[in-house]
Design a protein around this ligand. Structure first.
Ligand code: SF4
Length: 425
């Protein structure tokens, strides 16, 4: 039996896969440990969504090998599926498995250590948290946005059965997890057509009815997913008032070239309806800057649209060519310097926008699910609408849901004082 350390790069889906892999490894008698230095095996769930993600994956694999030359290094996930030979050429990887759920992951961990390439991969729980647990409900996407490599690496949709998902959530809750985040490549596409057909609203309704999870969060949705049927479910306060709605561009022309399935008016309308239906809702987004053909005018439109939306957070990505995608061969590729400048401006806007949103909660008392104690002696955790909060306490708060009165602001969150007793919402 081995000591295995797991790491995951990229999206929440990768993290969910690494958590599930950790569970399976423990079930087979392995020990999951926190660092490569104390491990026999290192497994990285790679990401290939941008060239920067590729680089980070390669760096993590090399760093693991450097930190412990005896380590068996295994690469799994999207990069391992897209370009296994590139990873093999690094000379530091002992096995490459495309899919985390493939039995070949176990063979690689328990086997003879020769390099194999199966077109499938696995991952790791750095950031593995006993408070928040990520549960995969589907994977794959058939949308083929023109910049995105994911439909090629993960293929079309594959859905887990509602019973499977409910069993996993009940298991996580029994082990002390207070919050579950439903993850998938395209969560809104979730469909189960077996016995008892279900879409995402029906699945969420069943989770709320049939589990005791204290907080349920949805990882990422598209405007068209926000139907009255789905929004109605937020009457249950266990469903977190936080939506991640990737916008990618605030220019109509660029959205079309990206093959995104909504107009700006549709996006704006969905946000308006969601804000009406869900009190204290925070909306975060992804923005892709420097897409081919994004002239100054389109970038300015995009910037102004984002400014008007009052986002609680903006994750900014610089466009990079992904081989085999339509955008890679589009004319007018944007140069490096311009992409970096736009990224810096958009990130600065994201910080201001997040700060403005957070400041609306000054003076409020809110429940926080506490996570970590930092080196500065401050505990940190998140509110249901995903605001980071810091507070001092002599007690061990990890994994506890306790109220805080918000009294100030930090660069990336709010500061507060612990409250004895309930909260005023
Ligand atoms: S919706 Fe678009 S960006 Fe998202 S995974 Fe599918 S193709 Fe990629």
């Amino acid at each position: 039996m081995s000591k295995v350390t797991l790491e995951s790069l990229g999206c929440k889906l990768n993290q969910a896969e690494i958590e599930a892999l950790a569970d399976r490894l423990v079930g087979r008698g392995h020990e999951v440990v926190g660092s490569a230095a104390e491990a026999d095996v290192y497994v990285l769930n790679t990401c290939t969504v941008t060239h920067i993600a590729d680089r980070k994956s390669r760096q993590a694999l090399r760093a693991a090998r450097r930190s412990n030359p005896q380590l068996r290094v295994i690469a799994i996930g999207c990069y391992a599926r897209r370009a296994p030979r590139d990873l093999a050429r690094l000379g530091v990887v002992d096995a490459i498995v495309g899919h985390p759920e493939d039995d070949a992951v176990h063979t690689a961990i328990e086997g003879d250590g020769r390099v194999r390439t199966t077109g499938r991969t696995s991952d790791s729980p750095r950031g593995w948290s006993r408070t928040r647990s990520l549960v995969k409900i589907q994977e794959g996407c058939a949308s083929f946005c023109s910049f995105c490599v994911v439909p090629y690496t993960r293929g079309p949709g594959h859905n887990r059965t509602p019973d499977d998902i409910l069993a996993e959530i009940n298991d996580r809750v029994a082990r002390g997890h207070k919050e579950v985040v439903l993850t998938g490549t395209k969560l809104g596409d979730y469909r189960w057509n077996g016995h008892g057909s279900a879409g995402l609203p029906e699945l969420v309704r069943r989770i709320l009815a049939e589990t005791k999870v204290e907080r349920l969060r949805l990882s990422s949705l598209q405007p068209a997913d926000l139907t009255p049927e789905l929004l109605d479910l937020w009457h249950d306060s266990r469903l977190c008032p936080h939506l991640h709605l990737p916008l990618q561009s605030g220019s109509e022309v660029i959205l079309r070239r990206m093959h995104r399935p909504y107009t700006l008016a549709e996006y704006e309308g969905a946000v308006r309806q969601a804000r009406q239906a869900i009190p204290d809702l925070s909306i975060t987004t992804d923005m892709l800057v420097g897409f081919p053909g994004e002239a100054d005018r389109e970038f300015e439109e995009s910037y102004r649209f984002c400014e008007s939306m009052g986002f609680a957070g903006i994750h900014v990505f610089q466009y990079s060519k992904r081989p085999g995608t339509p955008a890679a061969t589009m004319p007018v590729q944007i140069d490096d310097k311009t992409r970096k400048q736009r990224s810096a401006r958009m990130m600065a806007l994201g910080k201001r926008s997040a700060g403005r949103f957070r400041s609306e909660f000054l003076g409020r008392t809110m429940p926080v699910l506490w996570e970590d104690l930092g080196g500065d002696g401050l505990w940190s955790g998140h509110t249901a609408n995903y605001l980071r909060v810091y507070a001092k306490s002599d007690k061990r708060l990890a994994g506890k849901m306790l109220a805080v009165r918000v009294t100030g602001e930090y660069a990336d969150g709010l500061g507060g004082e612990m409250v004895v007793g309930g909260y005023d919402g």
